[in-house]
Write a protein of this length. Structure first.
Length: 157
């Protein structure tokens, strides 16, 4: 299993280096510095390889989830049709939440139509049923332990 995760990371890195211009480690999908906790994020149901998948990590304060200026880290990785994989170096064990979106046009913005509904794919940790309201933090939070951790998020279109 560890070998399969390593192989996925190397494949993601190869795609990022081949497709993306030079960027910081926080933007190109590299896990980053060696930390006490790491998170492998697998995004499923990605409808195309156009643009990027943006993964945003939030901490344990419910008021910070999806609030402007409160993210811990944001990664943008080249989208891979079907399944896109990324690795996040976390500050440490604890409680976190993730929001993702498929930035198909590569404009680094989560596009919405005139009435505010998303026009690009999106998802959140724990894959709760999404409606017209923002998900509750209690439904999206997850625990991270020391060492390697994994999480799968389904993209919704």
């Amino acid at each position: 299993m560890r070998f399969a995760m390593l192989r996925r990371h190397l494949a993601t890195l190869a795609v990022a280096l081949a497709v993306a211009p030079a960027a910081s480690a926080a933007e190109d999908g590299v896990c980053g510095p060696d930390t006490a906790a790491r998170l492998d994020v697998t995004v499923t149901n990605v409808r195309s390889g156009d643009g990027n998948v943006t993964i945003t990590l939030y901490g344990d304060d419910p008021d910070d989830f999806l609030a402007k200026g409160t993210k811990i880290v944001r990664h943008r990785v080249p989208a891979v049709e079907g399944e896109t994989v990324d690795c996040l170096a976390l500050p440490g064990p604890g409680t976190y939440a993730i929001a993702i979106y498929h930035d198909e046009d590569g404009d680094r913005d989560f596009d919405r139509n005139l009435i505010g509904l998303p026009t690009e794919g999106y998802g959140v940790s724990n894959n709760p049923k999404l409606g017209f309201l923002l998900p509750d933090f209690e439904d999206v939070k997850f625990a991270v332990e020391e060492g390697e951790n994994a999480l799968s998020i389904t993209m919704n279109y």
